[in-house]
Design a protein around this ligand. Structure first.
Ligand code: CTP
Length: 399
């Protein structure tokens, strides 16, 4: 995992949304980061250091002058240990201090002393955010390579509506992981991923589809982003939130997915077909809703959909999936040959905790020579990284 043994310094400043930083600390801890939290003097008025200490299992820094702290001897120790610094929520005050090069507390000192990338998620009153002084500070910092996760529109602490709310934690995490992975093993690689189950219309109300949740494909797209890749995700309808830092193309049918894939693979380094493409569709979808009275004896005439993976050929690595209910490895080995793939990821969808809708998967990865590697039951994010390890090795072999 790209986050294993990495240190994130999470700076929290005095905003009503400081409580949300506890959730951020928890997410990054679960991702495998060492999370070192710095609370400013104002942040301590909103949230207790103990909360962060318990979540991260690490001492929390609240002052530059704590002589017992492991970071006290050299106040830049944390700046050097950091792989990334995230300030969330960031007040207008801390943004102004950083823009001026002020270093009068632990957080501003750390930011001035670090060579790690810095991500800033502002949260403040809408007038303070819109003020040209704040905007000039933000522009200045952006030019210097700081990344901003822009605040959102919504209800503010004052009770009025405006732009200044801390944006969604999904977005803050996504952008932080993307910035951290910029120099990863897939940096500047162009990777196309498909996800979800296509929907083939029967009439304007009904469709033929399958049980795919899209989770595996989304996990691959996000893991590739976190390793530096530029990702295009071609997604059939799912209930999943749109991932940040990824170009998402929404489609519904196999035919639409084919067109989107053909356009996206131009210049791509790899195509990962995690989508569960419907294998057949009604020959003709009814233009109007089929009424109950017309249903007796209704027969749907079906035809094959295009085989997207078989048609998407070119100078890029092709990875397929084989969701099987029996003879998993035998069927997958046949598919890898038949479709001329570089890799195929096979799983038994009838197994407990595997396949459609689950958060875990147990897969076997098979290469073009038929060499199979069986993986244990893992969270889909970890399965994604294992697949990308093989993909990355193939890309290196080819370059
Ligand atoms: N696939 C595709 N286009 C289709 C059907 C499948 O590109 N019309 C891709 C899937 O995204 C997957 C791989 O082909 O990566 C294998 O899909 P699967 O449904 O397991 O195989 P099929 O080709 O449909 O073969 P079978 O029906 O024999 O299982």
């Amino acid at each position: 995992m790209a986050t294993k043994n990495k240190t994130i310094v999470l700076g929290v400043t005095g905003s009503i949304s400081a409580y949300k930083a506890a959730d951020l600390a928890s997410r990054f801890t679960r991702e495998g980061f060492r999370v070192d939290v710095i609370l400013t003097e104002s942040a301590v008025k909103f949230v207790a250091p103990l909360t962060f200490r318990n979540i991260t299992g690490r001492p929390v820094i609240t002052t530059l002058w704590d002589l017992d702290s492991e970071f006290s001897v050299e106040h830049v120790a944390l700046a050097e240990a950091a792989d990334i610094v995230l300030i969330a929520p960031a007040t207008a005050n801390i943004i102004a201090k950083i823009a001026c090069g002020t270093a009068d507390d632990m957080l501003s000192c750390t930011v001035l002393a670090t060579k790690a990338p810095v991500v800033i998620a502002p949260a403040m009153n809408d007038n303070m955010w819109a003020n040209p002084i704040t905007q000039e500070n933000v522009e200045k910092l952006k030019k210097r390579g700081f990344t901003f996760v822009e605040p959102a529109y919504g209800r503010l602490a004052s009770g009025k509506m405006g732009t200044g709310r801390l944006t969604s934690l999904d977005e803050i995490c996504g952008i932080t992981l993307q910035v951290l992975g910029r120099k990863g093993d897939l940096a500047v690689k162009n990777i196309v991923v498909t996800a979800g189950g296509t929907q083939e219309p029967v009439d304007p109300v009904r469709c033929l589809t399958n049980r795919s949740s899209g989770k595996m494909g989304y996990a691959i797209a996000e893991a590739a982003r976190n390793r530096g890749a530029q990702v295009t995700l071609i997604s059939a309808p799912t209930a999943l939130p749109e991932p940040t830092g990824i170009k998402v193309v929404y489609i519904k049918t196999a035919e639409e997915m084919l067109k989107a894939v053909q356009s996206a693979v131009k210049g791509a380094d790899a195509l990962v077909m995690a989508a569960a493409v419907a294998d057949f569709r009604p020959v003709k979808a009814a233009g109007q809703k089929i009424k109950r009275a017309d249903l007796s004896g209704l027969t749907l005439e079906l035809e094959k959909t295009p085989d997207i993976l078989a048609q998407a050929k070119g100078d890029f690595i092709r990875v397929g999936f084989a969701a099987e209910s029996h003879d998993v490895v035998v069927n997958a080995k046949d598919k890898v040959k038949r479709k001329g793939l570089d890799l195929i990821v096979a799983n038994d969808i009838t197994e407990k905790d595997c396949g459609f809708g689950t958060d875990t998967n147990r897969v076997t990865i098979i290469d073009s020579q038929g060499k199979a590697e069986e993986l244990p039951l893992l969270p889909k994010g970890e399965v994604a990284d294992k697949i990308l390890d093989r993909l990355s090795a193939k890309l290196k072999q080819g370059s």
